[in-house]
Design a binder for this molecule. Structure first.
Ligand SMILES: Cc1ncc(COP(=O)(O)O)c(C=O)c1O
Length: 403
């Protein structure tokens, strides 16, 4: 950002954050493709399926009905009602409509929440690996991220003991996603219960539970941490339509939150964005109230692709990998290749390995460092089986060049 004009008088706060690395890698891949290279991208953070027809139809109807004006800042009443019902039906969480805020994607919903809660110097506990934007959001709010590290051996999940140790008198917020981006891991009922018991002992800590991948779950029922004990009183449950309904471009995300936090987020939106896109809100109602068959078909396709990739990657020497039960990412540990080289270029870290794969075998991946774990790279399997088979072959071929 601003690298060509280092003295340009931008506000200092811009230096508190960096450009999203997933977006930066996708840009590099596009440049090579424009040069005519046979590039395969595994950097996508979005399903490669189309939005289901009944959802698109609801948006078309909204346009024809001239539903094109400003909407209430926190969302139109019928969407908020659909969200209340969704939380009750699917998550057994009871919210009132004034606890719901609809935003311009879950990203906007999370940022609103962070800005509403975090004062300068407040500590925010974040398990690593985390979704790229969490740390930057906290830093933008002048909070202090406090990380809890995990490894492939622990399936990238934290324990109650680790959580307890990370808590200090300055802790204000804990934020995590399950199913997780980038690891694909999911906390079980018992694991969430153990974390919830720690939070019950620390009533001053708020929790952002990012459940955007809820429906991309290959194993079983989704569990929300807000459902444990009294945690609904200080949990902000984040969700949206981007991943479950293949609606990333529509930009609808939402929270269920304590009233004071919902009001704070609404206040921020009233000054910065206003109510999100009117037409997309109507489409989101159709998504939430509609049939989940297309979602389950997509989930099943992802599961098949995961298995294709997992079987092939597992056989590559030096790669450590666990089987992710959700989302659409693999997060292999490739640190065995650090210190190896090809034609004089030494691989020092995950970023070097990603650049090596890009330049040698035209494969776009994302460095684990972007997600707070430099031993790994993230591979998204939101692309065709044919591409994935080729991509796994390219990883094997590329890595075999390193010695
Ligand atoms: C864990 C996680 N949370 C939130 C988001 C943001 O989703 P949205 O498209 O609703 O802003 C993403 C998108 O990649 C994500 O991976």
């Amino acid at each position: 950002m601003n690298q060509n004009q280092p003295n340009y008088p931008l506000a200092e706060r811009l230096s508190w954050i960096s450009e999203s690395e997933t977006i930066a890698m996708a840009k590099l891949g596009r440049t090579l493709k424009a040069e005519g290279k046979d590039v395969i991208s595994l950097s996508f953070g979005e399903p490669d399926f189309f939005t289901p027809e009944h959802i698109k139809q609801a948006a078309i109807d909204a346009i024809h009905q001239n539903f094109t004006f400003y909407t209430p800042v926190a969302g139109i009443p019928d969407l908020k009602e659909a969200i209340v019902q969704k939380f009750q039906r699917e998550n057994q969480l009871t919210y009132q409509t004034d606890q719901i805020v609809v935003s311009t994607g879950a990203k906007n919903a999370i940022m609103n929440t962070v800005l509403s809660l975090v004062n300068p110097g407040d500590e925010v506990i974040i398990p690593r690996p985390f979704w790229v934007s969490y740390a930057d959001m906290v830093q933008f709010a002048q909070g202090v991220p406090v990380y809890i590290d995990t490894t492939v051996e622990s399936d990238y999940k934290i324990t109650a003991e680790q959580l307890e140790k990370a808590i200090s008198p300055k802790s204000k917020l804990f934020m995590f996603s399950s199913p997780n981006n980038p690891s694909g891991m999911i906390y079980s009922f018992d694991e969430l219960k153990a974390l919830a018991e720690v939070f019950e002992r620390h009533p001053e800590i708020f929790i952002i539970s990012d459940e955007i991948y809820e429906h991309i779950n290959f194993e079983g029922k989704h569990h929300s941490i807000a459902g444990f004990g009294s945690l609904i009183n200080r949990t902000i449950t984040v969700n949206g339509v981007s991943k479950a309904f293949s609606m990333t471009g529509w930009r609808i995300g939402y929270i269920g939150a304590p009233k004071a936090i919902a009001f704070a987020c609404e206040k921020l939106q009233s000054q910065f964005t206003s109510g999100t896109n009117a037409i997309a809100q109507k489409a989101a109602i159709a998504a939430l109230n509609g049939d989940l068959t297309p979602t389950y078909q997509m989930r099943d396709a992802f599961k098949k692709r995961r298995d294709i990739c997992y079987e092939r990657l597992k056989a590559v020497p030096g790669i450590k990998l666990s089987l992710p039960p959700g989302a659409f990412y693999l997060f292999p540990d490739i640190s065995a290749y650090f210190g190896k080289q090809y034609q004089g270029h030494v691989i020092h870290n995950s970023q070097d390995l990603c650049m090596f794969l890009l330049n040698q075998v035209y494969l776009v991946t994302v460095a684990g460092s972007a997600f707070g774990n430099d031993n790994c790279i993230r591979l998204s399997y939101a692309t065709s089986e044919e591409n994935l088979i080729k991509a796994m072959d390219r990883i094997k071929e590329g890595l075999s060049l390193l010695s």
